[in-house]
Design a protein around this ligand. Structure first.
Ligand code: PLP
Length: 441
């Protein structure tokens, strides 16, 4: 039936279905043959609290019975969403006290762009409309989000070109593959300075916002040097450009802080949120907006989704945020993240095909290369990362396999579970050998 009826995201149309999932408990997900997998990817790095959290199910059920839905248009409110907003304001960095609700990450990103443009128009600066983003970024699939996304940009946007005008993509903080061929720290943070250069070239009067993931997620957990975020914050402030942190994947504890920008004491003007907001128990997202931006938006026309501020999703989010705090989930993430990173570094960095192991919290990336000296990835046709991912899956571990393999288990993971995962993964990585690129037809 799946093959007959379902079009799968991110798979060639017509491709065969793979696994049918039927259950889950803790860090384990179970397929229709009863096989159990340790979910080292948290699915799409979203099921932060793992599977089978009954308290969330109960909060959602209660809310459905009490008030399944009411819209948020024209100033209408519901108590579940008000509570969720209050809790969010307690958790987000100081000054980010206002929330616009969406249904997921792509919607949060598009909404942040919309707000940025509306904000400048409201200040009679409608010429400030350009959005600058980073190579290697993934921001989602709506038209604004795909226009800012620059992860294999040509391939990703190919099917929907032309994308939205007014978007610019500049090199990122990916030190292992520096677009400027420089080495940190001698580079003097040229990638951050390049943002200032680009704004100057375009004219600050034409730039609305700069958007970036605090740590690249889909590209494989790429962490910037510590100077990066403070520098881009300063550049944006000096040039009257809004700073949007895409915390869709990094938010809600994933990097060992509640929000990743806290690692560098940076407060953006907006933060796009989703995934961990409900720990993926329901689709939900939000844009956190600063007091200053809201002040500048006063009187401006706004828009909305039918499901903005949905009470049932709000009830799920409030319960999830309570659990993050009550169970010290963020602290566990920092501790388990360092344990996993140290073990992977110690056991894998000397392997012939492992270029580097790096990460922050439970966002860890392992660079798979065929030529370590030159940082050369395997040719795409050889499907090496896919083979690694498939072998791990057959042995009971799910990881996100690309040239930079990502290990991002649920944030409730224990040391024993990390050991179990790495006992599967490390020997698979050890067996990867450089291959001749000429062997490919
Ligand atoms: N932004 C980031 C950083 C993401 O990782 C994702 C999804 O992976 C998105 C935006 C898009 O979110 P969604 O798939 O919920 O639309």
């Amino acid at each position: 039936w799946d093959k007959e009826h379902v079009i799968h995201p991110m798979a060639p149309v017509g491709a065969d279905p793979t696994i049918v999932m039927v259950g889950g408990d803790g860090v384990y997900i179970i397929d229709s043959d009863g096989k159990q997998y340790l979910d080292g990817a948290s699915q799409l790095t979203c099921i932060n609290l793992g599977y089978g959290q009954k308290e969330i199910a109960e909060a959602v059920t209660e809310q459905m019975k009490q008030l399944a839905y009411s819209h948020s248009f024209f100033g209408n409110c519901n108590t579940a969403n008000i509570e969720c907003s209050r809790k969010l304001a307690q958790l987000t960095p100081s000054g980010l006290n206002h929330f616009f609700y969406t249904l997921g990450g792509s919607g949060s990103i598009d909404t942040s762009f919309r707000i940025a443009r509306t904000y400048w128009k409201n200040q009679n600066k409608g010429g400030k409309f350009k959005i600058i983003s980073l190579h290697n970024s993934y921001h989602g699939v709506n038209f604004g989000a795909v226009s800012a996304t620059a992860l294999r940009y040509g391939q990703f946007a190919a099917g929907v070109q032309p994308v939205v005008p007014g978007f610019l993509r500049i090199p990122s903080y990916y030190c292992y593959r520096c677009a400027f061929d420089l080495k940190y720290p001698d580079c003097d943070m040229y990638c951050a300075k390049f943002l200032a250069y680009t704004i100057k070239q375009e004219g600050p009067d034409s730039v609305a916002a700069f958007v970036a993931e605090p740590v690249h997620g889909t590209a494989g957990s790429i962490v910037p040097p510590p100077e990066y975020w403070p520098m881009v914050r300063k550049i944006c402030t000096e040039n009257d450009v809004l700073l949007i942190a895409d915390e869709v994947m990094t938010g809600f504890g994933r990097t060992g802080k509640m929000f990743a920008v806290e690692h560098w004491d940076v407060v953006p003007d907006m933060m796009a949120l989703a995934k961990g907001l409900t720990s993926a128990y329901l689709p939900f997202g939000a844009v956190a907006i600063s007091d200053a931006v809201v002040e500048g938006l006063k009187g401006a026309p706004v828009f909305g989704f039918t499901y903005s501020g949905h009470p049932v999703c709000s009830a799920a989010a409030t319960k999830v945020m309570e659990i993050y705090e009550r169970d010290n989930v963020v602290e566990n993430t920092a501790e388990m993240g360092s344990y996993a990173l140290n073990r992977l570094k110690a056991e894998c960095e000397s392997m012939p095909c492992i270029g580097e192991v790096a990460g922050l919290g439970l966002m860890i990336g392992v660079e798979i290369v065929t030529d370590k000296a030159n940082h050369t990835p395997f040719p795409i046709e050889q499907n090496v990362p896919m083979e690694i991912g498939n072998e791990a899956r057959d042995k009971g571990l799910l990881v996100r396999a690309s040239d930079r393999l990502a290990f991002t288990p649920p944030l409730i993971v224990t040391k024993d579970e990390i050991d179990k995962a790495l006992d599967i993964l490390v020997p698979i990585l050890a067996a990867v050998k450089p291959r001749s690129t000429s062997a490919v037809a």
